[in-house]
Each structure stands twice: as C-alpha cells, then as structure tokens.
Design a binder for this molecule. Structure first.
Ligand code: FAD
Ligand code: N01
Length: 562
C-alpha cells in the first residue's frame, strides 16, 4: 500500500468489497499471488451471510464437508464439523478461524461501507469512497458483496406504528431476540422461514405463519457428524473436491442419470423415497429430466404433497401447505427439520394470505384485507433479499464514460461469464448474475471465480497490461447463452421468484443465474483463459487502448460431470 498524504487516498493493487466467504477467499488468494490488497466490509465482523443471518435455526443446505474451502488441505484436514449441515454459529466460527489461521485480518477493514466506486479514466484506476471518509484507489476492484446480502422488507402500511419488535431474518440482532412466551408472526415461507419456524414454535406462546406461496420443504435429515463419514472425506478430499468442481451443482451429490420418463411408476416412487431419506437438495437429482419435463416434475411434486398430507393432521392446513402453482425445484428447495410436523402443534397457525393479503401492520399486529386481526408481540420478516444485483446496484459503480451500472442494467443484468461487465474495466464480480452462483454450492463457485480472477491478474502483471475488459459482443453472446440455457428448463416457466427478480417491485423480470452446470461453466471459463482470454480486450499502461484477446468467444460450454 502506498499512502498519498496530500489527498489521503490509500493505494492498493486490489480492493475487495465484502468479507463474506468470497472476500475472505479473495484476500487469501490475492495475497498469495503477491498482490497488495485491502478488503472493505460494512459489518463489524467477517462472515457475510453467516454474520448477518443469525435467526434461530439458520444452517446450510449443502453438507458442511462440501460447503467449505478447498484451498488449504491443512485447513480441511484440521477443521471438524459437528453436524452434517452446520448451523450458523459454527459456520461463522469457521470463517473467523480462517481469517485468524491465515492472518487475513490485517488486510481487512471492518465497519467500512463502500458508498461510491468510480473508474478514473486518466489514471485507469478505480477510486472507492467509504462512509468512514477514507478513500482508496486500486487497479482492480473485486465485488464480493454477496448475492443474498440486501434484506428485503416489503413496503407495508403501518409498520412504523407497530408497538412490538420486528426483525428481518437477514439482519438479525447480534445479541439474539427473546421470543419465548411471545405472540410471534412470521411473514414468508421460503428457506429462511422454514428453518426458523420449528425453532420459534418451541418457545413462542403462539406462532402465526403468514404464507403467500407454499414452498417445497425437504427434510434436511441432519444429524451429528458421523466419524466414519468424516474420516472417509478427509482421506479422499482431493477426489471429492475434484468431483464437486466438475459436477452440476458444485458438490458431491448422488445423481440418477435416468430420465423419469424412462422409469416405471414404481421405480420413480422408489427413487423419490430414496431422495426423501437422503434429505435436502438430493431431490433435485432424482431424475435427469426433473427440471425439464413438466410431467416428471409434477410426479415429484405430487410425491412431496402426499408426504405433507401424511404428516399434517389438519387436512385443510395440509392442503394449504401443498405447493401447487410452482414447479418443484424452480425456487431453491427448502431444507428443514420438522417443518411440516410443526403445524401439528396447538400453538402454531397457518394463515394463508394468497387470496386475502396483509392489508396493514397495526400497532397491535397484522390486519388482513378481510379485516381479520392477529395480535402480535414480535413480527419476523422472512421475506428474502434483493438478490443477485441488489448489493451491486446499491453501490452503483461508475464505469467508463461516466456510465452507471444501474443504467447499464436497467433492463436486467448483463455480464460476461458473470465475472465482468463491459465498460467496467478491471472490475470483477464474484458469483455475479450470469454465473452458476445461487444454483450451486456457492463455496465452489466462489473458489472457481477467485481462482480465475487471480489468474487473470497474474497474467496482466506478467504481460504488463493495465486493463482488462469484456467486449460488448462477448457479453451479448454470453447473456443470450444464459437465457437460452434457462429457456430449455422449467425455470423459464416459473417467473414468480427471486431468481427472476420478481420479488422486488420495479425490478426487471429476467432470469439471472446460469443453469448450464458448475462443471461445464468451470471448463468454459478455464478454456477462455487458456485461449488467451477470448472475449476480453487488454489495455497497456502507456496506450490505455484496448487490445483484442487472441480469439473470440467460440464453442458452447463443455462437459461437466456429476
Ligand atoms: P456474503 O456472505 O453475502 O458477503 C457479502 C459481504 O459484503 C457482506 O458481509 C456485506 O456486509 C458486505 N457488503 C455488501 N455491500 C457492501 C458495501 N457497499 N461495502 C462494504 N461491504 C459490503 N449457499 C450455499 O451454497 N449453501 C448454503 O447452504 C447456503 N445457505 C444460505 C443460508 C442463508 C440464510 C442465506 C441468506 C444464504 C445461503 N447461501 C447458501 C448463499 C450464501 O449467501 C453463500 O453461500 C455465501 O455465503 C455468499 O458469500 P459471499 O461472500 O459471496 O457473500
Ligand atoms: O427468501 P425467499 P428466504 N407478503 O425470497 C414471502 C438462501 N437461503 O430468505 O413466494 C407475504 O425465498 C415470499 O412469498 P412469495 C436460499 O438460496 C438458504 O427464505 O413471494 N409474503 C416467500 O415465501 C434461498 O432461496 C437457506 O409469494 C411475502 C418469502 O417471503 C434464499 O436464501 C436458508 C411478502 C421469501 O422467501 C432466500 O431465502 C435461508 C409479502 N409482501 C436462505 N413478501 C438454507 O437452507 C415476501 N413474501 C441453506
């Protein structure tokens, strides 16, 4: 770092915004590559998702042995996960351990929110302003701001007058919230809600669950870590990581390569039961065509509905909990413990707000459109996030020619490979729109992106290049490819989800993640780098003029496996 005392600008090779799993990985790898780096994080601790989402019951839906860094064999050998799916406190401890173990904190500045990011054409560098007043200049800016990091509280009449306490799952108080003996309302029935509800129901006086769209919740089948499983993983970590990186979703998943169409009814049912017992996201790999064939998808959906009917005693409640207008898997499957069972408790009520929406938050609780009142002491918004683009749009980086990202993305995000945006040289996005991101074990996707970025930065250092920038054509081609990949699946038909941005009023409805598979994607970005960074222009320090990479974006994605 070089400090410029006249302007009080601190200069680095790279500034990383955000210190979640992505930012922590990036600072480690960039430092290893000899790059001077500073991480700026708004919160007063590292951890990102696992710092902010402290709601009771928060845990991962990818097995922890998989949902963890692969970059250090020592780390993966010495860390012990206590459960198959670790809870939020344990994951947060893990990220803090990584920060300490690799002495990363000296390069991380907490309590520092980046409020402006601007590309300075003359110096060909990024200038970052923060809410502390400090200003940073960097050749590279790495956006590790998270794709589920901007909590979304829907605008609801009367919230300011509510006399009780209210919380959002994604911004849970650090000291926790005492819900015991209270009348609690939860709005939402997505992944956060389905984890939270069974825990809150254990101590609340009464719990009202306000459900607009019923979701598919799989039993997580969580349990304490089995020593023999841990031993096997630790003995075979290199192979297991390799498998995950080449797989469809970025983890060690058991896949049925048969199409549901080709299987008998009995064989399909047996496979679905097997998946139900395996738990969590395993259901998504029950049949090769589960996400492409509506009839096969409906067969799996009806299997889950029957599970709900067999679990929930009150048949009206059971029917209300059965998802109907949603293909299974086209919203991230929820993975919970005792979710449906919880509705058999006397102190739990399901309130359907699909046809009778919430009208007002009154000082005492919630009033629906038909006038029904629900008195509450505590209101919990499990209402999700401004996903994929929220954190980036909030910063609204200003690229070449003064163009703001929000304007460039006014009709939906466009990226090249989900990593770069044309007109924003040397700005890298980790797990951005147009990459597998939320469609994957995100630690795998994060590590793949960080590897690619570090390689690109090293390439530029070695070849004396000042800027790298996606060409408009490569970006158009990739964005079309992302849309085409989704259009071949049922995702394109289920537009009412945050994958499309449909949960945020006014947000363009565009399918954002890349569904072509983690393995295919990794092969693609690696091939592009191997072939001289197809689709990118490089600029030298003296000329500042973009030079085309050796060849253009060519073939479609390669072949991953899982
Ligand atoms: P984040 O963890 O979101 O970190 C981004 C950081 O950037 C935050 O700390 C934020 O404060 C900071 N930041 C943002 N804007 C600014 C700014 N302007 N200035 C400074 N700092 C800023 N994925 C899975 O694959 N498996 C799971 O099991 C799983 N479970 C999840 C459970 C929950 C409750 C949620 C919400 C998400 C889950 N995810 C899961 C997705 C999860 O977000 C990723 O797995 C991963 O943690 C993302 O890491 P990240 O570092 O990219 O982003
Ligand atoms: O958010 P969501 P989330 N009135 O957007 C409802 C990851 N994650 O925080 O569907 C009434 O999924 C909304 O209803 P509808 C994971 O990737 C993982 O639960 O819009 N209801 C929906 O039910 C996940 O997908 C884990 O009709 C309103 C809910 O709120 C992502 O984060 C755990 C409403 C929002 O669901 C987001 O999950 C947690 C309104 N005005 C999160 N507005 C794991 O298990 C919204 N809703 C790993």
């Amino acid at each position: 770092m070089i400090s410029d005392t006249r302007t009080e600008i601190q200069h680095y090779d790279a500034v990383v915004v955000g210190a979640g799993l992505a930012g922590v990985c990036a600072v480690y790898q960039l430092r290893e590559a000899g790059v001077t780096v500073r991480v700026l994080e708004a919160a007063d601790g590292v951890g990102g998702t696992w710092y902010h989402n402290r709601y009771p019951g928060a845990r991962c839906d990818i097995e922890s042995l998989d949902y963890s860094y692969s970059f250090s064999n020592e780390l993966q050998q010495e860390w012990h996960w206590s459960e198959r799916y670790a809870g939020q406190p344990e994951i947060l401890r893990y990220i803090n351990h990584v920060a300490d173990r690799f002495d990363l904190r000296r390069d991380i500045e907490l309590n520092t929110r980046v409020v402006e990011v601007r590309f300075e054409e003359t110096g060909q560098r990024w200038i970052l302003s923060t809410d502390t007043g400090k200003v940073y200049s960097a050749k590279y800016v790495v956006m590790a701001t998270g794709v589920l990091s901007v909590a979304q509280v829907p605008s609801m009449k009367g919230l300011d007058d509510f006399k009780g306490q209210w919380f959002h799952t994604g911004d849970w108080p650090k000291d926790g919230a005492d819900l015991s003996g209270k009348r609690v309302g939860v709005i939402g029935t997505g992944s956060s809600a389905t984890q939270l509800i069974p825990i809150v129901a254990q101590s609340a006086k009464h719990l009202y669950v306000f459900q607009r769209t019923a979701n598919y919740t799989m039993p997580a089948q969580n349990h304490p870590m089995k020593p023999e499983v841990e031993k096997e993983w630790k003995e075979n970590y290199p192979e297991r990581r390799k498998f995950a990186w080449a797989s469809g979703f970025g983890h060690n998943q058991v896949t049925n390569h048969l199409r549901g169409k080709e299987m008998s009814r009995e064989a399909r049912l047996a496979e679905l039961e097997n998946r139900w017992q395996l738990g969590g996201l395993y259901m998504m790999r029950a049949f090769k065509d589960i996400l492409t064939d509506p009839e096969v998808n409906e067969f799996a959906a009806e299997f889950v509905r029957n599970k709900i009917r067999n679990t929930v005693h009150n048949q009206e409640t059971a029917e209300n909990l059965c998802p109907r207008d949603l293909y299974i898997g086209t919203k991230r499957l929820c993975s919970g413990t005792n979710y449906y069972e919880t509705f058999n408790q006397q102190n739990v009520s399901l309130v359907s707000v699909k046809h009778n929406p919430i009208d007002t938050i009154t000082p005492e609780g919630i009033r629906l459109e038909d006038g029904a009142q629900y008195p509450l002491d505590v209101l919990i918004f499990a209402t999700g996030f401004d996903a994929m683009t929220g954190a980036l749009n909030k910063i609204n980086p200003i690229g070449r020619n003064g163009r703001a990202l929000r304007d460039v993305w006014a009709e939906g995000p466009k990226t090249y490979l989900g990593l770069c945006v044309s007109g924003f040289p040397n700005m890298f996005v980790i797990t951005g729109p147009g990459s597998p991101s939320v469609f994957s074990n995100m630690v795998t996707s994060i590590e793949q992106h960080v590897e690619w970025i570090v390689r690109c930065v090293t390439h530029m250092k070695n070849s004396g290049m000042q800027t790298v920038e996606a060409t408009p054509q490569a970006q158009e081609d990739w964005t079309r490819h992302v849309t085409d990949a989704a259009s071949r699946t049922l995702y394109a038909k289920s537009q009412n989800s945050w994958f499309h941005g449909a949960n945020i009023p006014g947000k363009p409805v565009v399918f954002m993640p890349y569904v072509g598979g983690v393995g295919n994607y990794y092969k693609k970005i690696t091939d592009i780098a191997n072939n001289g960074y197809e689709g990118f222009n490089f600029g030298s320090a003296s000329s500042g003029i973009g030079q085309p990479a050796e060849s253009r974006l060519t073939a479609a994605a390669g072949h991953g496996r899982d």
